[in-house]
Design a protein around this ligand. Sequence first.
Ligand code: BG6
Ligand code: MG
Length: 216
Amino acid sequence: MKKGFVFDLDGVITDTAKFHYIAWKDLAKNLGITIDEAFNETLKGISRMDSLDKILTYGNRENDFTLAEKEALAQTKNDEYVKLLADLSAEDLLPGVHDFLVQAKENNIPCAIASASKNAPMILEKLGVLDFFGHIVDPETLKKGKPDPEIFVKAAESINVEPKDAIGFEDAQAGIEGIKAAGMYAVGISETETLSGADLQVASMTELSVEQFMHI
Ligand code: BG6
Ligand code: MG
């Protein structure tokens, strides 16, 4: 019955969606494709290459590039994204996150990261919270991305917690679906979107306490 917490990163620990958006928008513009914020919503939780494929399909350019060219485009996007993260610091933690992680530590509840982002370790380091996490799932090791449950099952296993005793925190619909398919309790965090299938939804982590998850 040992509990464990599994967190998505982008949109749960910190708000990097705005930086992903700027970098994808610039890349798309150079390819003659215009994306807006509503389209950006559909990229949340989706891997870098899958996001690029979605953008190319959206702009009817899905057959215009070789794999090597697509890898170069994804690299260009990531270079801009990483530049935009240069000033990221503890001040960029979303409200309530630090307090919740401290409570988890005080209660000896292990925490893991289940993020599609290959930049997760660097981002957590910049935010000053890397040490709170027992494990960060390496997205390179996954066969399938969210909404497949694989990343969440791996995250729970990595901290020696059975999925049924793990609580997952997500801001994206694909993530909630993955958490539920893994057999875990799903907490949706979003002010604007209704996350269907979540066991509990809050606008911010300030509304949560570790205590409320001890006996679910
Ligand atoms: C997810 C984001 O966490 O990570 C997506 O929600 C992003 O928008 C994906 O594309 C991959 O991130 P990265 O940092 O590896 O390009
Ligand atoms: Mg997210």
